[in-house]
Design a protein around this ligand. Structure first.
Ligand code: PEP
Length: 250
């Protein structure tokens, strides 16, 4: 039985004052989110503060990325152990902004996914196609390749402790949402692909949808059989907007 999971990716937004307000607002509404799991992924520098603020609540903390190495001369990187020490339970890997702006390849993403697992963090593996790839009809090929990179490094069983977030790149931050049917088709493709290797892992795998999810479209998306919640960008920055999405999941 899968539980719906909603994660807020705050990206490089906020200040100490605004994140305190945001957490206060989310906490105030947590009573109304029912059974949905709720995760917030602050900018790395605020992880320690957010972990302290959410202590004792049902809100989990995730990082927006994770170093692929465990320690050493890797300027600018943050290791899994460091993230864990400051209260992270999840680590987003392979977000499309990391892939497209910072050049992270499928192989680099797979190494970060492995680092998360090695350090006891649950990876949230982001996959998704560009608009031109959808138009060329190669969405499944692209998403399949992104997932295969992880399976060939860590094995399909590794997905038992992971989340996949399907995020069509053309829908991220653009206001264009995939229709529930378009999203469901890809989610089903992902689940079937994994089921061909391990039916139990596939049945229990949480597959989130991400891309301009809002309170007004969340219910329809989350009502699809293979959509198990969402990875939320813009709408995660206001407590009321985020809570409306969490309520739709709950
Ligand atoms: C994201 O960045 O993962 C995302 C889905 O952003 P938005 O909700 O703003 O489209």
């Amino acid at each position: 039985m899968r539980t719906k999971l909603v994660a807020g990716n705050w990206k490089m937004n906020g200040s100490l004052a605004s994140i305190r307000e945001l957490i206060k607002g989310i906490q105030a509404g947590m009573g109304s989110v029912g059974s949905a799991g709720v995760i917030v992924c602050p900018p790395a520098i605020y992880i320690a503060e957010v972990s302290k603020l959410v202590e004792g609540s049902n809100i989990s903390v995730g990082s927006q990325n994770i170093g692929d190495q465990d320690s050493g001369a890797y300027t600018g990187e943050i290791s899994g152990a460091m993230l864990k020490e400051y209260g992270c339970e999840y680590a987003i890997v392979g977000h499309s902004e990391r892939r497209s702006i910072y050049g992270e390849t499928d192989e680099m993403v797979a190494n970060r996914y492995a680092a998360a697992r090695r350090n006891g963090l649950k990876p949230i593996l982001c996959v998704g196609e560009l608009l031109e790839e959808r138009e060329q009809g190669i969405t499944e090929e692209v998403v399949g390749r992104q997932i295969d990179a992880v399976i060939s490094l860590e094995g399909v069983e590794s997905l038992a402790d992971a989340v996949i977030a399907y995020e069509p790149v053309w829908a991220i931050g653009t206001g264009k949402t995939a229709s529930p049917e378009q999203a469901q088709d890809v989610h089903k493709f992902i689940r079937d692909k994994i089921a061909a290797l391990n039916a139990d892992v596939a049945a229990n795998l949480v597959i989130q949808y991400g891309g301009s999810v809002k309170g007004s479209n969340a219910q329809e998306l989350f009502g699809m059989p293979d959509i198990d919640g969402g990875l939320i960008g813009g709408a995660a920055l206001q407590a009321d907007d985020f809570l409306a999405i969490c309520q739709a999941a709950g």
